[in-house]
Every structure is written in C-alpha cells, then in structure tokens.
Design a protein around this ligand. Structure first.
Ligand SMILES: *Cc1c(COP(=O)(O)O)cnc(C)c1O
Length: 235
C-alpha cells in the first residue's frame, strides 16, 4: 500500500476542517455544525494514530474483520467508532458490542438484533437509517417511501438511539446533481421530525461531494480518500 506520511495525514485533516468551515459560512450553516468522520477502512493502525494525534476522534469502518483488530489495539484511546458498511445479520452482535454508531441500518430485522445484542450496561447504540436516494442506481438503503415507518419502529427499540439518516448517492462530478439526493434526504428528515421523532443527524458527503452535502444540511461528512490518500487495498 502506498504510504501516507503522518505529517500529510495531519495536514489533510487541517485542510478538510478548513473546507468544512468555509462551506458552513458559505451556506449559512452554524459554525461547528458539521462533524468530520474519518473513514479509516483498509488503513493501517499507524494512519489512525496519525489522525488521532491530529485530534481526530471519530473514525468510520466498513468491514468488521478489518475493524476489530484496530479497535482492540486502540482500546485505550478515546476513539468513537462508527460502523458504516453493510450489516450482515450474523455480524450484528460484534457490531453492537464494539461500535458507538451504526450508519447503515436499512431494515427492522437488523435493528432489532442490534438492540437485543447491545449490552445493557452500554449506552444505547446510535443508529442512522441508510436511505436509497438514487433509485435503481443503488441497491443499498431503504426506499424513501418506507423510511418513516422504519424510523417509527426503530424509535421504539430500547437499546438503540435513532439519530438520523444516511445516504450514499450515485457518484457524479456535477455539483447541482450532487445536491439533489442530499436535498431529498434533508426533506425526509424534516418529514420524520414533523411526526414527532427527534433526529439530529444527516450523515452525508464523502471526499468528492462534501460541499454539496454541507450545502444541503449535512451534519456529518464521511471522509476517507481526502484524509488518507487513495485506497489500494481491496477487501
Ligand atoms: C469509503 C466510504 C466513505 C469514504 O469515501 P471517500 O470517497 O474515500 O471519502 C464514506 N462512506 C462510506 C459508506 C464509505 O464506504
């Protein structure tokens, strides 16, 4: 794997935080309303160390087997781990036990398992519902029309704390096209909130569409490549 130096990881984080602050200003978002989630999937522990030393504390991982050794080695650090990959039902126990957040809940069965398997002495697991905002272009995420019902069901599960919605739109370089799915997700969040379900999170925006996501109300951008460089490892 191409080596990303500790120094460049720190510099990249600083640069992203500057870009976030600029976008908050440009789109009349309150300063500090967009949180940076560093996506460390496939990256070695040294890279996470480098980011942590640059004051980054929230990290996102996609693959349980890739994540567990890192979580173990870094257990002494004050790191908040987010699971952002597809959730298979035979992996829910380890996800519920080892992560603080899951962004990719898209069906009730998975939500129920996560709630049942979250240890009672732990705080409720923070979850986002993954929504398919790109129609047939994407297979992951629940359809927009079904999201409200799932949100109501999840909000009743005692060991989960429903925080918001997440989406991974079909990739495009066109800024105005990038905004559309994010706009849909924000409208959906507003609709669910109008039904009395408290949501504070829109997990949207990656390295290539971060500004469009912030323009549309993102509260958490999930950034991998722009912090750690191109991924070469395929999992
Ligand atoms: C890999 C990944 C990211 C980060 O993507 P980059 O383009 O590297 O910033 C964000 N969210 C999810 C769900 C991912 O799988």
């Amino acid at each position: 794997m191409k080596h990303t130096s500790q120094k460049s990881i720190a510099q990249n984080i600083e640069s992203i935080l500057t870009q976030i602050a600029h976008a908050e200003k440009k789109y009349a978002r309150p300063f500090g309303s967009v949180q940076l989630l560093a996506v460390s999937k496939t990256r070695p522990i040294e890279d996470i160390h480098a980011a942590f030393n640059a004051n980054q504390t929230h990290f996102g991982e996609n693959y349980l087997q890739d994540a567990l050794p890192k979580i173990g080695v870094l257990a002494e650090k004050d790191i908040v781990w987010h699971f952002i990959g597809p959730v298979q039902s035979n992996k829910t126990r380890q996800i519920a036990e080892n992560f603080s957040w899951v962004h990719t809940v898209d069906r009730l069965k998975i939500a129920k398992r996560l709630s049942e398997q979250r240890a009672p002495e732990q705080k409720p697991l923070n979850v986002c519902i993954q929504v398919n905002t790109s129609g047939e272009n994407s297979k992951s995420g629940i359809n927009i029309e079904e999201t409200l019902i799932l949100a109501k069901e999840i909000s009743l599960l005692s060991n989960l704390h429903l925080r918001g919605l997440m989406t991974i739109p079909a990739a495009t370089d066109d800024f105005n096209l990038q905004r559309q799915p994010f706009h849909l997700l924000r409208e959906l969040k507003d609709e669910i909130q109008s039904q009395g379900i408290e949501l504070d999170t829109l997990s949207m925006g990656m390295s290539n569409d971060m500004e469009a996501a912030i323009a549309e109300g993102s509260t958490m951008v999930r950034i991998g490549t722009a912090i750690f460089g191109q991924r070469t490892k395929i999992l």
